[in-house]
Write a protein that binds this ligand. Structure first.
Ligand SMILES: Nc1ncnc2c1ncn2[C@@H]1O[C@H](COP(=O)(O)OP(=O)(O)OP(=O)(O)O)[C@@H](O)[C@H]1O
Length: 242
């Protein structure tokens, strides 16, 4: 068993009385890929926002390798080693693709030249090198998704949070991104926590799956166990197939 890199303990968040996240506990072991799934409104993005410091939880704690992150602002959470993408991709549209990644790299790097070198290497890796000098706003959706991942990686995270990076992609584009993520995990030991609706990718990539429904954790297990779990089928998978 690997040690926990991220520990989310008893996390809760209410919005005007609505329990968006309710006593959610899970761990992400170091070097593993964990998927967070569940129906719309289940509390997945809110959980990400609590981990990333967008807002503080009402209750509970977030710990990265023993360091308590609860209540820290997003830039401090990023400095502690958590990089993230957003569900609604929002690059700096007027900047070039490369400049967008340089901005991410400058979160950790003082030298612009070094940041630029790192950005170029990442753009190669994400198959975006030939688009480096184009304005980010001109990219297609799959390329914008790749740019999001490159920007998050540029902050050199030990834990990468991916919010639906496969949504809206064609099957071949999904397969390419799955390969990139698998490679980052296997070759560099990058730990990944991903919110994902594309079950084919969840099954292909994740070591463990946590299922949320109405803000509560309803299942936590291997991908094979999760797809056979009657509660998960009833609340999520059955509805997805309908
Ligand atoms: N800033 C907010 N203010 C008020 N309510 C919110 C806010 N953010 C989320 N909610 C509510 O909290 C609940 C959980 O939302 P959340 O976005 O976390 O779900 P989700 O599982 O990520 O859904 P989706 O798959 O649609 O992205 C929903 O009922 C949502 O309307």
């Amino acid at each position: 068993m690997s040690d926990a890199l991220l520990t989310v303990d008893n996390l809760s968040k209410r919005f005007r009385g609505l329990k968006a996240v309710s006593n959610v506990t899970f761990t992400v072991p170091e070097g593993r890929i964990l998927a967070l799934i569940g129906p719309n409104g289940a509390g997945k993005t809110t959980s990400f926002n609590l981990i990333a410091g967008v807002f503080p939880p009402d209750e509970g704690t977030v710990t990265l390798k023993g360091q308590r992150l609860t209540g820290l602002k997003p830039n401090r959470v990023c400095a502690a080693g958590i990089g993230r993408t957003f569900q609604i991709v929002k690059p700096f549209g007027h900047l070039t693709v490369e400049e967008n990644v340089v901005v991410g790299a400058l979160a950790r790097e003082r030298s612009v030249e070094t940041a630029r070198r790192q950005a170029r290497a990442l753009l190669e890796r994400l198959e975006l090198a030939d688009q480096a000098q184009r304005p980010a706003r001109s990219l297609t959706l799959p390329d914008r998704k790749r740019l999001e991942v490159a920007r998050a990686l540029a902050t050199r995270p030990t834990l990468l949070l991916l919010d639906e990076v496969l949504a809206g992609l064609r099957p071949t584009e999904v397969d390419r991104m799955v390969e990139v993520l698998r490679d980052l995990n296997r070759r560099e030991g990058l730990t990944i926590l991903m919110i994902e609706h594309v079950m084919r990718a969840v099954m292909a990539l994740s070591d463990r799956v946590v299922v949320l429904d109405h803000g509560e954790k309803i299942a936590d297990g291997s991908p094979a166990d999760i797809v056979a779990d009657p509660r998960v089928i009833e609340s999520y998978l059955g509805a997805e197939e309908a």
